[in-house]
Design a protein around this ligand. Structure first.
Ligand SMILES: [Zn+2]
Ligand SMILES: [Zn+2]
Length: 269
């Protein structure tokens, strides 16, 4: 049984956990360690089960609590080499394990794979966790645009946590200075609702059971807008699973991720 915990997501902090067979992997630790502990307790995730902390990139909203949490949990930190270079000064005794395009890492029942993303950070990654029971979860946010590598990484997964950062009209008419608007909408920035909907329409397959929209902008998006844009694309693609929207301030209730036999996905055994 694999469970996805979305402890919070947005520009003020991101933290997701996936648990399978009593082992959990955190993807990002963008709140303080104490806040992550509080949220994990609210969501019913025992943090002592965390066997590794994966960081997508070094921005504070993804890495803020990582050093302290890694020390407290004695968990290794998995990042791209370039991300580690930026963080290592704060990480002191933490054990680093590199992940990236070519590295495949095992953590308990999970196989961790990753690919580069287009974002204004040292070496940002999207991440996929494949549990031994056949469930799999992809986490991809802070995406300027969905590259071929991201599409390849996220294909055939049974759950997706994907950025739906902004509504394009709301961004254009927002009070942000033009330079900020260009950064958000640019290839080093963030994915819009429309781009997320298009990508999900492409990635949809019969085994996709869970979609979580993440990293919503408070200024340029609403939950209703993101959900409506993506839901219609998913409906057209034939999606029959559960669509959730991550919140910035509170964790979502735990989300079960069904295992789908590889044969059913049309994959080799
Ligand atoms: Zn971010
Ligand atoms: Zn970022």
């Amino acid at each position: 049984m694999t469970t996805l915990y979305v402890l919070g997501s947005g520009s003020r902090g991101n933290c997701v956990a996936v648990e399978s067979d009593g082992v959990a992997v955190l993807v990002d630790a963008g709140f303080s360690a104490r806040e992550i502990e509080r949220r994990a307790e609210t969501a019913g995730l025992p943090l002592e089960r965390v066997a590794a902390i994966v960081l997508t990139h070094e921005h504070g909203d993804h890495a803020r609590g990582a050093a302290r949490l890694a020390r407290r949990l004695r968990a290794p930190v998995l990042t791209a080499p370039g991300t580690w270079t930026r963080l290592e000064g704060d990480m002191k005794d933490a054990e680093h394990r590199p992940i990236g395009f070519c590295a495949r890492t095992e953590v308990g029942p999970f196989r961790v794979t990753a690919c580069p993303t287009s974002h204004d950070a040292a070496e940002p990654l999207a991440v996929a966790l494949h549990a031994a029971d056949g469930a799999s979860v992809g986490v991809a946010y802070d995406l300027g645009r969905p590259t071929a590598a991201v599409r390849y990484l996220l294909r055939h997964l049974t759950a997706l946590v994907l950025e739906a950062n902004h509504d394009e009209v709301q961004l254009r008419t927002s009070g942000y200075p033009p330079v900020v608007r260009r950064r958000i909408a640019g290839s080093g920035g963030h994915l819009s609702n429309r781009a997320a909907a298009e990508l999900l329409g492409e990635l949809h397959h019969p085994g996709l059971g869970v979609v979580v929209l993440a990293h919503l902008s408070r200024q340029c998006n609403t939950e209703a807008e993101a959900r409506a844009t993506v839901a219609s694309a998913l409906r057209r693609a034939g999606f029959a699973g559960a669509l959730h929207v991550a919140e910035q301030d509170v964790p979502l209730p735990p989300i079960p991720v069904e295992a789908v036999p590889r044969v059913q996905l049309g994959l080799a055994l």
